[in-house]
Structures are given as C-alpha cells and as structure tokens.
Design a protein around this ligand. Structure first.
Ligand code: NAP
Length: 300
C-alpha cells in the first residue's frame, strides 16, 4: 500500500513540520491541511505548510490515504468524530499525541472499525503554532508507533515507511510502556521545569528581578522547557495521569534521599550521583540526540 495523499489536521508545530518535511523529502505526496482556527489556516497558507488548505476537516480528509491528527491530546476525540463520516474506507488514521493509552481509547471510540495506528514522534520544541514548524524536526529522532493487536501489516509498513522518509527512526511499542517511558523522559522533566520556574517566581526572600538577572546559573535552561504550550501540557498530564503519578512517586523518593544526603553532609552520595548523571549526558550526545557544544551552543 502506498501513501500518496496525506491530510494533516491541526497545523501547529507538529502538523506544520510534517507538511514541510513532506514537501522537502517526499514532494510527490499531496498534502491537504485543516485547522479549526481561521487565523492559523491563514498563516499556514502563507507559509505553504500543505499543498492544499481547506476550511473544513471533511474536505481535508475526503481523498486521504493517511490522516494525521496533530491536535492536543484532549482534542483528539472531538477532531476524530468531526471527520469520521468523511473518511475514505481504506484510509489509515494516525496521530502525534504525546501520550498513547488515552489517545487509543479516544480514537477507538470515535472511529470504530477503522485502521487506527497511533504514533508519537519524539521531537519538538517549546514553540507552538503555525509559524513554529520546520522541515528537519524529525531528522534523526525516534517515532514510536503503538499499533493495536491485529493491525493490518501492510498499513503498518506504509506508516513506518512514511516516518522513515521524513527522517525519523521508527520503533514499535506497547502503549502502556510508551506512557511510562515518556513519563520519565519527557513528562516529569517538564513538570520539574514548570515547578522550579513557578517556585522561583513565588519567592519572597529573593526578588523576581534577581531570579531573572542571575538566571544564567542554571535557571534559564528550565525556563525554556517551562515556556512550552500550556494547553498541550495540561492535556499530557491529564491523559497520562497513572504513569506520571507512578514515576513522580519514584522521583520524590530519590529527591528525599538527596535531601537527606545534603543535610547529613554525605558528599560521597552526591558525588556518585552527579558522576552517573554526567555519563548519561555523554550517552545522549553519543546517540545523536543532542549536540556537544558547551552550554547548548550559546555564544559567550
Ligand atoms: P500546537 O502548535 O498548539 O498546534 C495544535 C493546533 O491544533 C492548534 O492550531 C489548535 O487550534 C488546533 N486544533 C485543536 N483542536 C482542533 C480540532 N478539533 N480540529 C482542528 N484543529 C484543532 O500544538 P503542537 O505542539 O503541534 O502539538 C500537537 C500534538 O503533538 C499534541 O498532541 C502534542 O501532545 C503532540 N506533540 C507535541 C510535541 C511538542 O514538542 N510540541 C512533541 C511531540 C508530540 P487552537 O489553538 O484553536 O486550539
């Protein structure tokens, strides 16, 4: 089965980047796009995020082989219900949502009997909206597919090939495992960043202007993550509640152990942990998931 027409629903960072990546790496694929916000549609047309931009979801999906839902996780079910009656019989329906179990439930309820193969490209930035996307977002990044039992093999291969063509490396995963892995690699780090930036801005003993002025000490790196889209992240935590709470329990225990080590002057424990974490940073770089420039390549 070959994918010749792709409909992108939601034209923000992820939807826009998919459209631009297709134009650059697979230009023979025709893309149609729809976003519920007319201003986003206008901006998407101006940037050429898809070949054809439409004012309704029904028109956008009418001739698609592959429909990709690029909306916040909490909006997946409504978006799927809106286009369900207009889908071609053989179309594959996929998504890019950051949590998978809840999306599978939502799409299963909205699209019974359809070929639904959820996906999560593990690639992003703190930017959102139609001007945020870029064609190389997926290059060298992982895209995790979570096919339900009994998924049509030809459809799965077609979707896998599609993501490979956009530059991604594809892996299959069980949705529960996906949600646990992403809770620890993405969702908890975001929660920590939201918390530390929130705490710093609530302090009374240290002024807000001091927090900003001396932010190069480490704080500003948290502010990048904490600037991420509030709607998207609200939905991630509400939809991946179980896995996030499980990992947060573990994190809290480790934090308490560290607190104890600081209080009791246990430098050995601190040094051992910081040495292990430094080695993990090296592995991230060695595996091509970040570059090795000091201080993220900032000029000094
Ligand atoms: P975004 O830039 O905010 O774009 C989402 C767009 O979808 C918005 O323009 C939104 O319009 C629109 N939308 C919402 N409901 C819709 C509907 N029912 N029909 C059509 N359009 C609708 O968000 P994003 O960062 O691209 O994230 C999209 C998805 O990708 C999320 O599920 C997120 O979990 C996942 N993801 C994000 C990242 C990341 O780093 N950002 C990484 C991997 C995966 P309104 O503004 O009017 O709501």
């Amino acid at each position: 089965m070959s994918i010749e027409r792709v409909a992108i629903i939601g034209l923000g960072l992820l939807g826009g980047s998919i459209g631009l990546a297709i134009a650059e790496r697979a230009p023979e694929i025709v893309t149609t796009g729809y976003d519920r916000d007319p201003d986003v549609r206008k901006a998407a047309a101006a940037r050429g995020l898809t070949n054809i931009l439409l004012d309704t979801a029904s028109e956008a999906v009418a001739t698609a082989d592959l429909v990709i839902l690029c909306v916040p996780v909490g909006a997946m079910e409504a978006a799927a219900r809106e286009l369900a009656p207009h889908l071609p019989a053989e179309a594959i329906i996929s998504d890019v949502g950051s949590s998978k179990k809840s999306v599978i439930e939502a799409l299963g309820a909205a699209l019974p009997g359809r070929t639904v193969i959820p996906a999560h490209p593990v690639a992003g930035t703190e930017q959102s909206g139609p001007n945020a996307g870029f064609p190389t977002l997926f290059a060298g990044r992982w895209c995790i597919l979570t096919p339900p039992m009994g998924t049509d093999q030809a459809a799965l291969e077609a979707l896998s090939d599609f993501w490979t063509r956009l530059g991604a490396r594809v892996e299959m995963m069980d949705p529960d495992h996906h949600d646990l892995v992403l809770a620890v690699t993405s969702h908890i780090p975001h929660l920590i960043a939201f918390t530390i930036v929130g705490t710093a801005s609530d302090l009374e003993e240290v002024t807000r202007s001091e927090v900003i002025k001396y932010s190069a000490g480490g704080f500003r790196d948290f502010t990048r993550i904490a600037a991420s889209d509030p709607v998207m992240w609200r939905d991630v935590f509400l939809s991946n509640k179980g896995a996030v709470l499980e990992m947060l329990g573990r994190f809290t225990e480790d934090l308490t152990a560290l607190q104890r080590a600081i209080r009791s002057g246990d430098g050995e424990t601190l040094h051992e942990l910081f040495s292990r974490t430094r080695a993990i940073r090296r592995e991230v770089i060695d595996q091509g998931q970040d570059d090795s420039s000091p201080d993220f390549g900032r000029e000094h």
